[in-house]
Design a protein around this ligand. Structure first.
Ligand code: HPA
Length: 274
């Protein structure tokens, strides 16, 4: 099922009514561990996803499932506290639905954060990575189906999905804060099972530095409708097979908790400059 432009407009109209004249400029999709930033929004208006026409609920652990509008680091933001994932049973058009609605509401930039497995053996769990590009080869596009020209062209360029200007802001901000920031390619796997060691070796051969189950669909949709994108990955664990130990969700959530100060300082520092 694909959405019509009228459906996106209906969602946007519903939200507009709730937020009065407020116009968000930066959309933020907060993944595992950073959801708490949604609670730091000043003068917030929070709207549960379930209330908004055509929105889907987020069922992943640690994901609250609401949109928070207000001011963060001095910028007018729309924070998605919790995202939709394909592995929850949603189609990619559903996973990326909110991004387009936030575009209609006025957002021209998107900050995405996630936790992912570290594919590089010369990096460590707990490191932060600036996403410079992504690979989503083995699953369909969120843009599949009839193109909605109100958002963008049928065959959008994807050479710079992660905006070079924003990447520079991230590098400079990390350097100013003495935060080590890795840079690399996010490789999307749809999960929900973690990868096999053989898959991780394949990801490495194919050019991935981090492997995770989110982000790539939303970023394709954001690029299509002309949004600038800045993406960060918390490398929450070494990817499968690198260490001789099983992966668990607890490891991911513990790492997210341990990194949340550093991660949130960096993200807020960048946001301030957007
Ligand atoms: N693989 C996929 N997704 C993840 C991982 C991983 O190792 N860690 C956190 N999210």
């Amino acid at each position: 099922m694909a959405y019509t432009f009228a459906q996106y407009q209906e969602s946007a109209d519903y939200i507009r009514e709730k937020i009065g004249g407020f116009i968000p400029k930066v959309a933020m999709v907060l993944g595992s561990g950073l959801g708490f930033l949604g609670d730091a929004v000043e003068n917030p208006t929070a709207i549960p996803y379930g209330e908004i026409p055509h929105f889907k609920a987020s069922t992943a652990p640690g994901h609250k499932g609401r949109l928070v509008f207000g001011s963060l680091a001095g910028r007018p933001v729309a924070v998605m506290q919790g995202r939709m994932h394909h592995y929850e049973g949603y189609g990619y058009d559903q996973v990326s639905y909110a991004v387009r609605v936030l575009r209609l509401l006025g957002c021209d930039a998107l900050i995405v954060t996630n936790a992912a497995g570290c594919v590089r053996t010369d990096w460590q769990a707990g490191d932060l990575m600036l996403i410079t590009d992504q690979i989503k080869l083995f699953s369909e596009s969120p843009l599949r189906g009839e193109n909605l020209p109100e958002f963008g062209v049928r065959f959008p360029d994807a050479s710079h999905l992660y905006t070079p200007r924003l990447q520079k802001i991230a590098r400079d901000t990390a350097a100013d804060m003495f935060i080590t920031l890795r840079e690399g390619v996010y490789f999307y796997c749809y999960g929900p099972q973690y990868e096999t060691p053989a898959e991780v070796r394949a990801v490495r051969l194919l050019g991935g530095d981090a492997v995770g189950m989110s982000t790539a669909p939303e970023v394709i949709a954001a690029g299509h409708c002309g949004m600038e994108v800045l993406g960060f990955t918390l490398l929450s664990n070494m990817a499968a097979g690198i260490l001789d130990q099983p992966l668990s969700e607890k490891e991911v959530l513990d790492a997210a908790e341990a990194a949340k100060d550093k991660f949130s300082r960096l993200v807020l520092g960048c946001l301030r400059k957007l």
